[in-house]
Structure formats: C-alpha cells, structure tokens
Design a protein around this ligand. Structure first.
Ligand code: GLV
Length: 321
C-alpha cells in the first residue's frame, strides 16, 4: 500500500524524523529559513499530513489549498500560528507538544530571571570591553531572590514548574490564572495585586486575543520600580513599544525576553539599545533532549492523525466527541 504523503516544514531532530520516514513518504524542507508562503501553499497541495513549526502560518487558505489534509502536527506547545477553529471546521485534528518541554522552558525562564537580576550579560560585556579595572563595592548591583515576590501570570504546566523552582530560591510566589488551582506554595491573586506586589513577573500564558498586549503602558505603570519582567511565552503578550518606554525611563528595572514582537527582532529595534533589556532568540525549549522529545511527539501526533486515530496530544479534541 502507498505510504501517506506528508510535508515537514524544516529538518527537525532525527528522533522524530526517522519515525515520520518509516511511516510516510516525507517531503522535508531542507533550508535553514522556513518555506515562503508560496512554497508552503505549493508543497501542501497533495499531502495527507503536515508537520509544521511555530514559524509557519497555518490558516484557512492553506487548509483549502490542501484538500487531502487529514492532520496538522505543530512541533510546539503554542498553536497561535495555527487557525485551530478553521481546522476544526474542516474536521482536521491539530496536534501540539506539551509536557516534554515544561522543564526546559521553566529552567530557561529561571535562567533569564537570574541573569537579569544579577546583570550577567552586562557584566560579561563589561569584561570583554576591557572595563574591569578593579573590584568596586557599587559595580553592577542587582536584586536578591530570597524573600522577594515572584508573580506568575498563567499557571499551567510551565508556570507551575517555575513556581516549583522558586521554592528552592526562597521566593514568595503569587500567581494570576482564574482556571488554576494553587500548587508549590503559590497563592492565587488578581492581576492588579500581582502587578503591584511582584519584584519579578514571569509570563506563561498562551497568545490569544485576550492576552495580546496584556502587558501594556497601563499594566507596566502598576509595576514596582524594581520589577523585572520575564517573557518566555509569546512576544505579542507584551506591547514592545510600551516596554521600551518603561525600560528607558527606568519605570521598571529590567526585562528579559526570550520572545519578541515581531520575531525575529529587527536589528534596529530600539530595545537593543537598552542595557536593562536582555534578549535571546526564542530558546525556551532549546535543549537537545527536549527538542528530540518534541520531534518524537510531533511525529506520533502526525502518524496517529494519518491512521485516523486519536492524536496523543490534540488541541481540538471535540472532534472525537
Ligand atoms: C515554543 O515556543 C513552543 O510553543 O513550543
């Protein structure tokens, strides 16, 4: 019997790719850059399955260009790049890769929080610039963790894993997420209280119309002057222009961003002029083991969809009701 045809939009780790190759006739995009819109539309024309990444826009137009499409498997936990409602309307299951990236992303949020608090990147630049001429009692002073308050916005798997780590640092943890139960000693609160009381604020919400620009001029104004904002969620959760103004005017102490608006961040972005803004290129889940597991889970979702079985991780499970 002929193998099902699939398009894989980049070279993902071999652990997932070999599973895809075993079961499918796979067209794998070889470039470092993602396929252009025209390439994407052309390559999905006669496929049964699609393994996509967060850099690919998977919308109704694309689904209509792929009349045989039976499954969309996104190698990410976030699915804001996929029009899930359009997929559901076409009875196409959409898979994602939660769980396997929880620890890596929480570790990364913590790394960013520590780096911003203790000014690691500024210190490194200082040494390389040849400015380290003596130990000085006032040099690059940062913030303490013990006894400080960490506010977590979005208390799902990753937010909770951040709270778990925070216990070891003696942070007092509060969170805002109306749908989540308390865990790891964290106390629920409303958003206004969290913004006013937190020394560190870490974002762990998905990008939706409700969370787009939830950190804006107004919410930034409520934060403490020593606040450090960490974003490992999605760039557009933060209004970057408002953040620039708040950081430049020292309304808040610092930000550490794994994700930006837009992405990649243009090299002439004013945020890059600021010493109190640390930016890395969307590396939340970027550990070898985690990416292996993400590719494997994405391959399992893809193959289940091709077989007409329930996806191990499906974001529109109402299709199975
Ligand atoms: C990464 O950002 C993901 O959503 O997995």
């Amino acid at each position: 019997m002929a193998k099902p045809k699939v398009f894989v939009t980049r070279i993902v780790p071999e652990k997932g790719l070999s599973l895809v190759r075993d079961f499918c006739e796979a067209d794998i995009w070889q470039d470092e850059m993602p396929p252009s819109r025209a390439d994407l539309l052309a390559r999905v024309r006669d496929v049964d399955g699609l393994l996509s990444l967060l850099t690919d826009k998977i919308d109704a137009e694309l689904m209509d260009a792929a009349p045989r499409l039976k499954v969309i498997s996104n190698m990410a936990v976030g699915v804001d790049n996929v029009d899930v409602a359009a997929a559901t309307a076409r009875r196409i299951p959409v898979g994602n890769t939660p769980g396997v990236l929880t620890d890596a992303t929480a570790d990364h949020a913590f790394a960013l929080m520590l780096s911003a608090a203790r000014r690691i990147v500024e210190g490194e630049k200082y040494v390389r610039a040849g400015k380290w001429i003596t130990w000085h009692p006032q040099l690059l002073l940062g913030a303490d963790f013990a006894g400080a308050t960490l506010g977590i916005i979005g208390f799902g798997r990753i937010g909770q894993a951040v709270a778990k780590r925070a216990q070891g640092f003696d942070l007092h943890v509060i969170y805002h997420d109306p749908s989540a139960r308390p865990a790891y000693g964290a106390t629920p609160t409303d958003l206004g209280t969290l913004l006013r009381e937190s020394d560190f604020i870490s974002l762990h919400v998905p990008l939706t119309e409700q969370t787009r620009h939830m950190i804006n001029a107004e919410t930034l104004r409520k934060m403490k002057p020593n606040a450090i904002l960490v974003n490992t969620a999605r760039g557009p959760v933060v209004d970057s222009q408002a953040l620039y103004i708040a950081l430049k005017s020292k309304q808040i102490f610092a930000a550490a961003l794994d994700v930006t608006e837009p992405e990649p961040l243009p090299v002439d972005s004013p945020l890059l002029e600021l010493d109190n803004c640390l930016i890395v290129p969307h590396l939340g889940s970027a550990s070898r083991q985690t990416r292996d597991e993400m590719s494997f889970l994405a391959a399992q979702n893809l193959i289940a969809g091709l077989k007409g079985e329930r996806l191990p991780n499906c974001v529109n499970p109402q299709l199975y009701d």
